[in-house]
Design a binder for this molecule. Structure first.
Ligand code: ZN
Length: 137
């Protein structure tokens, strides 16, 4: 079995950003030489997410609106007693999840037609890391 690990760093201009990383993950799979296996893609932070869904601008805006309803940015989170101000970003991470595991077949992401991998930042404007781990043969 082969394993291959790659790290990506994001330093988003906005506090919230949704970045399509499907090509970067496909690149890591190619670099690994793995033809059949799995790739794990995970945020290394607790205030950003990795998820799979459609690369459609309207949907990205809908997700942002939906998350703001479920976990609005507001000053009165108990977490802010620590001096931090990112209580909402922690909750958004829990809603959207921190990682995905994807199938690799014949050296490619074995996805349905509309599946894309996104890195979702909820507390950006500073360097944040993501891990890609490819396993297989
Ligand atoms: Zn925090």
């Amino acid at each position: 079995m082969t394993t291959y690990t790659k790290y990506l760093t994001f330093n988003t201009r906005q506090e919230h950003e949704y970045i399509n990383i499907t090509l970067e993950v496909a690149e890591a799979i190619e670099e690994s030489g793995v033809k059949d296996g799995l790739v794990y893609v995970g945020s290394m932070h607790i205030t950003s997410s990795v998820y799979i869904n459609d690369a459609e601008d309207g949907l990205l805006q809908d997700i942002e609106t939906w998350l703001e309803k479920l976990a609005p940015a507001r000053p009165d989170y108990k977490h802010h007693r620590t001096g931090e101000t990112n209580g909402d970003a922690h909750l958004k991470n829990l809603i959207m999840g921190h990682s995905v595991t994807c199938p690799i077949t014949r050296g490619r992401l074995d996805f349905g037609p509309w599946q894309q991998i996104y890195y979702a930042e909820f507390d950006g404007q500073r360097p944040k890391r993501l891990i890609i781990k490819v396993m297989g043969e």
